[in-house]
Every structure is written in structure tokens, then in C-alpha cells.
Design a binder for this molecule. Structure first.
Ligand SMILES: Cc1ncc(COP(=O)(O)O)c(C=O)c1O
Length: 333
């Protein structure tokens, strides 16, 4: 298994920031000739990443989070999400495989076939599920959840929604470093934009830092699909800064790296529709188009809305001529 590019670019992190490889890197890039009218559209396809039964961008976060949980001596991973949470499912499967107990606090949102199937997978994962229905109830229940999952004197290791702590955010730093290596190797041209859904923000924030470390001028276009969290560019850049601070605190020499430019992330909120996990017509069109023209399997909550934004902005010539890269974050099994 190759060592992470982050350890290669900052060797001083190898001893202080443990990493557990969970998938095959690098994930492929390919041109999507059937998509886009004005710009070349490429995909960096994370869907095949991960060997533990569920793939995509969540696995990248767990590669940094699970070894940290082990370092702290935790026995249980506690996390939260919506009923159809991809994050909760990935966390449950990979953490259980790594020997942890897993507990997930769940809140309600619209239920369709996909969400029902996700919930079944989550039940089958062996995680303990707590149905708390609303965010206020989840917050009120937090002390009880911690107490319930404390073993002896060891509390559970808490992973925030979507795994978007500064440590989890390193997963997307790694993805962007990979993209940088692929540009350098001539596999694709340097993109103007890297387009990703924004659900809890770690992916967009980490990509921004990783692109900067890779020396690319590519900017991150985050398509916001969640209205239950504050996810504007200022908030995302705050997470990028906290992730940079984490690397420095663990000993990384980032002296050649300046502050992240305020324009490094642009967020788009017009593709959210009625809210988190509410499908949109534009998203459903993009989903069908991606399947027919590019052989990409999207889902309706994150990736369909992100691709809908990419296609509309391309048509309106708002992507600086491209090429643009779509990050395929969904990894069904
Ligand atoms: C398929 C998919 N894409 C994108 C995201 C969003 O990533 P982030 O939470 O880091 O913003 C998620 C989050 O769970 C996801 O499941």
C-alpha cells in the first residue's frame, strides 16, 4: 500500500499523524466527452475507493480518524447523521471492521427508496442506532449518548456529522494531492475548477488546502446541498485554516505555504431546492444524463445536485472556460 501523499510532502508528519489505508490510490481521472457544452468536463472518481463495503469520499476521512481513535484508546466511535447517512454507514462499516463498537445518533429527513435501503444497511452493520428525530433532541441527548457509550473511564471518540473535523478533512487534502500528481503526470490538464457537493464541508475545505499544497491554481466550487449547517465560503475557509493549524501543531513545516486566499472557494446555493435530502428536478435530470452519457452512478442528495450545478454553470459560461473536474464522491456497493 503506498504511503499517503501527505506523508510524502511533509515527512515530519509520518510519526505524529497516523494513517490507515482503506482503499486503492490513486483514484482514476477521466474525461467525460458526453458532458459539458463550453468546458471540458473531467471526473476524479472516488466511487471505487474503499474495500469495506461502502466507498467514496467518506472512506478518505476515516483513514485519519480511525487511527486517532485507536491512539486515544477509544473502544466506541460515536457519530451522527440523517436517516440515510452515507457517512454513518461508512463509519459503521469501517470502524466495526477495525474493531470498534459504533453508535449513531440519527435525525429525520425525507425518506425515499434510497434512504430506506441505506437505513437497512446501517441496521445490518451492527452499529447501535439512536433515533432522535430532530437536531434539538439530538443535542439534548448528547450527554446521555456519551455516558451510555463510555466504557470504564474511556469515553467514545466522537466524529462530527460527515466526519468533518480538521482531522477528517485531511482525507480530502489527500484527494487533492493525488489530483496534483495526476496533473503533473500529464493525465489531465490543470483544471480551473474542482466541483464538489458540500454536505458538512470537510471535503470542500480539505480540497482547498490540498490544491494549495499541490501548487495548483485550481479553485474549489462547492455546491451546497445541506441547509441545516452554516456552509458559506467563510465557514469553509475557517475549517481549511483549522486543518492547516492541525498540520502545523503535529509538526508539519508549511513555511512555503501562504494563507489560503479568500477566493480559493466559491459556494453555490441555488441547487439546494427545498432543503437537505429533498430531490430536485435539475438534480434528477443531471443524474439521468450522467448515467446515460458518462456511466456515472449518482444519488439525489449530494452528487446529482452538484453535477446539475456544474452543467448549468458551464452552459452559462461561468466556469472560466474550464477544464473542470467533477469529484464523484458517491460510492455505492
Ligand atoms: C455522496 C456524498 N457526497 C458528498 C458528501 C459531502 O461531503 P462533506 O460532508 O465533506 O461536505 C457526502 C457526505 O456525506 C456524501 O455522502
Amino acid at each position: 500500500m503506498p504511503i499517503p501523499l501527505l506523508h510524502r510532502c511533509c515527512p515530519e508528519l509520518a510519526g505524529s499523524l497516523p494513517f490507515l489505508r482503506l482503499g486503492q490510490a490513486p483514484t482514476p481521472v477521466r474525461r467525460l466527452p458526453g458532458l459539458g457544452t463550453r468546458s471540458e468536463v473531467w471526473v476524479k472518481d472516488e466511487s471505487g475507493y474503499g474495500d469495506g463495503g461502502w466507498g467514496g469520499n467518506k472512506v478518505r476521512k476515516l483513514e485519519w480518524l480511525l487511527p486517532e481513535a485507536r491512539r486515544r484508546g477509544a473502544r466506541t466511535i460515536l457519530t451522527v447523521g440523517g436517516l440515510g447517512t452515507n457517512w454513518g454507514l461508512a463509519a459503521a462499516r469501517y470502524a466495526r471492521e477495525a474493531g470498534f463498537d459504533v453508535a449513531v445518533g440519527l435525525i429525520d429527513h425525507p425518506v425515499d427508496e434510497h434512504v430506506r435501503a441505506q437505513l437497512e444497511r446501517l441496521r445490518a452493520s451492527g452499529a447501535t442506532l439512536h433515533f432522535l428525530h430532530t437536531k434539538p433532541r439530538l443535542i439534548l441527548a448528547a450527554p446521555w449518548l456519551f455516558a451510555r457509550h463510555t466504557h470504564g473511564r474511556t469515553p467514545p471518540y466522537y466524529l462530527p456529522a460527515g466526519g468533518s473535523s480538521p482531522l477528517g478533512t485531511l482525507g480530502a487534502v489527500e484527494t487533492a494531492l493525488e489530483l496534483g500528481a495526476q496533473v503533473e503526470a500529464g493525465e489531465l490538464p490543470e483544471p480551473t475548477w474542482l466541483v464538489t457537493p458540500v454536505g458538512s464541508g470537510g471535503t470542500a475545505a480539505g480540497l482547498t488546502l490540498g490544491l494549495q499544497l499541490a501548487g495548483l491554481r485550481t479553485r474549489v466550487l462547492g455546491v451546497v446541498v445541506n441547509d441545516t449547517l452554516r456552509l458559506d465560503s467563510t465557514t469553509l475557509l475557517g475549517l481549511t485554516r483549522r486543518t492547516t493549524a492541525l498540520l502545523r501543531a503535529r509538526g508539519a513545516d508549511l513555511s512555503g505555504t501562504g494563507a489560503t486566499a479568500p477566493h480559493a472557494i466559491r459556494t453555490e446555493t441555488a441547487w439546494l431546492g427545498d432543503g437537505y435530502a429533498h430531490p430536485t428536478t435539475a438534480g434528477d435530470h443531471a443524474l439521468a444524463h450522467a448515467s446515460a452519457q458518462a456511466g456515472l452512478t449518482l444519488e439525489r442528495t449530494y452528487t446529482a445536485k452538484a453535477l446539475a450545478a456544474l452543467l448549468a454553470l458551464d452552459e452559462a459560461d461561468r466556469l472560466d472556460g474550464g477544464p473542470v473536474v467533477f469529484l464523484q464522491t458517491h460510492g455505492p456497493r
